[in-house]
Ligand binder design. Structure first.
Ligand code: 5GP
Ligand code: MN
Length: 350
């Protein structure tokens, strides 16, 4: 074990540390899961752990329920990630053969969607590493910190506790930086703690190029993706000045017009927060695969998106970034948003 740093959290108590060692030592075939619609944090955290455990000589697989966006395809190891939707039989076989499962960046097995039953029915031990509130799943070792900027920040602290800076190489540091960057909007929210920047300084000492990582993630648009953003802001944005709330909708037809690729709407819901005084931004998007409306919510200060997502949109998430889904038409979904805004009128209009 390394010398503890006064700036970094030690997530594992002595007992938990023993449990971690037992579980890792007893395992040969480890499967790491990220959540549906994997984001930079889910991909960064699972791949950092993949590199770490592979180096220990384990046979490791990362499985995610559906495809990850193209702007994460540069992440070292991403070419080995199994996408359940694309390789269902191989994924199920890999899950069944595993003797340890690690769930990262989600707190309920339901976030594995179509894959959830395969995981729930397999009796191997489960470790959860996550920064969402109220983890709710069968678990043999839980590492949870809703105060962390990202699961990647937690992975850094956890591996630092285990092996100090020896734990990290360039590839792992790149993965971890990517998750910390994307889950904090490039360190513009949820990243005020000094530890965040201390960790970044240690990652930089591993040789990562943070400017290149930024460009790979955020300057990776197709022309049509940028035009989609322009279209939404110019034609679709509905601003409720009384409630300081922005809403936009996006249908499958509109997506087709802009040659929509998975992940193309990522981040657009944050843009209306640039309007002075905005407290809440909501997007409603028709799911390209299922007959559902996907809901995304972003807020500032202490407006609880996660509570609204739970109360009105069958979802949850973080205080300032949450999501959910509605099984109804777009018109009905817009009415549901209006009801939600009305219910939170006091907090929004003051
Ligand atoms: P996004 O708007 O990017 O899809 O999701 C933002 C955050 O909301 C995610 O990081 C996740 O924490 C949470 N989230 C999104 N969709 C759901 C959902 O259906 N259920 C729950 N519980 N959380 C969600
Ligand atoms: Mn996360």
């Amino acid at each position: 074990m390394s010398v503890p740093s006064p700036l970094l959290k030690s997530y594992l108590s002595e007992d938990a540390l023993c449990r971690w060692r037992e579980l890792i030592e007893a395992s040969r075939r480890i499967v790491i899961f990220g959540h549906v619609s994997p984001d930079g944090d889910a991909m960064g955290a699972t791949l950092a752990m993949y590199h770490y455990l592979s180096r220990l000589g384990k046979r490791v697989h990362v499985i995610v329920p559906n495809v990850f966006p193209d702007f994460l395809a540069w992440l070292p190891g991403s070419d080995a990630v199994m996408v359940y939707d694309h390789m269902m039989e191989a994924s199920i076989r890999t899950i069944k053969r595993s003797d340890l499962m690690i769930c990262m960046d989600f707190n309920a097995v339901s976030r594995l969607e179509r894959m959830a039953d395969d995981v729930a029915n397999h009796r191997a031990p489960i470790i959860i590493i996550d920064h969402h509130l109220h983890p709710d799943a069968r678990v043999d070792l839980l590492v949870s910190d809703p105060g962390a900027s990202s699961t990647c920040e937690m992975v850094f602290c956890l591996l630092y506790q285990l092996d100090g800076m020896e734990a990290f190489d360039f590839d792992m540091a790149s993965c971890i930086y990517c998750g910390m960057m994307t889950d904090t909007g490039s360190f513009t929210y949820n990243s005020n703690r000094p530890e965040v920047f201390y960790i970044i300084s240690l990652l930089l000492s591993c040789g990562i190029d943070k400017d290149l990582i930024y460009r790979r993630v955020y300057h990776n648009f197709s022309e049509s993706r940028l035009r989609l953003e322009g279209y939404i802001l110019y034609e679709k944005l509905d601003y409720d000045a009384l409630h300081h709330t922005a809403l936009f909708t996006l249908t499958r037809d509109e997506m087709a017009r802009f040659d929509f690729k998975k992940g193309d709407t990522e981040g657009i819901v944050n843009l209306p927060l640039q309007i002075k005084g905005t407290r809440l931004s909501i997007s409603l998007r028709e799911d390209p695969d299922q007959g559902l409306i996907r809901v995304s919510l972003r807020s500032v200060d202490d407006f609880p998106c996660n509570q609204m997502a739970k109360d009105f949109f069958n979802g949850g998430g973080h205080l300032n970034a949450s999501g959910g889904s509605l099984d109804m038409t777009m018109d009905e979904a817009v009415r549901q948003v209006r009801r939600a805004i009305e219910a939170y009128s006091d907090l929004l209009s003051e």
